[in-house]
Ligand binder design. Sequence first.
Ligand code: VGL
Ligand code: ZN
Length: 201
Amino acid sequence: MSALHALIVIDPQVDFCPGGALAVADGHSIMPHINAMMPAFDKVFITQDWHPEGHSSFASQHAGATPYSMIDMSYGPQTLWPDHCIAGSAGAAFHPDLNTDLAVAIIRKGMNPEVDSYSAFFENDRTTTTGLGDLLRAHDVASVTLVGLATDFCVAWSALDAAKLGFNVAVELKACRAIDLDGSLDQAFDAMRSAGVTLKH
Ligand code: VGL
Ligand code: ZN
């Protein structure tokens, strides 16, 4: 029997909140909402964006490039970001308002210097797995609800991969905040709807 419902909290980290290196507007405000949701789920998983210094997704590593511009990497187009979520740094820590006590596991991603990883399931090469899909199955999880930061990048990519892997997927938008670069939020909504992801308001 595989019928459990997991909450997957995506990248609820200091650097994605106001004052952080890659601040998402109002990002901190989702933390109390996520805390309140956790007890209603069978299992809770949390992801943590966790990059080495000099990661290839940082604009600082590409001569003349500015943050939020795009480049072509060997694995496809990649947005360049400000340096953020350096492994072990204060900015990579979970936001202090988040209660992490109920988490079954913390999945770190983005550690390969050459490849970014928006999704909690696969790196941006779309093939290297983080192991989360198998871990969820080992925990008898069939349905997942995603919350966290940012709606249009790591939450959306994770939701699309979860649907591709055969999980029932919902995104609780009250507990998400977006970056919204050049229409990325509307694109993410369209892609998630087309993939059968339930968007909850
Ligand atoms: C994220 C950009 C770079 C996210 C992570 O969590 O949405 N976005 N790294
Ligand atoms: Zn990142």
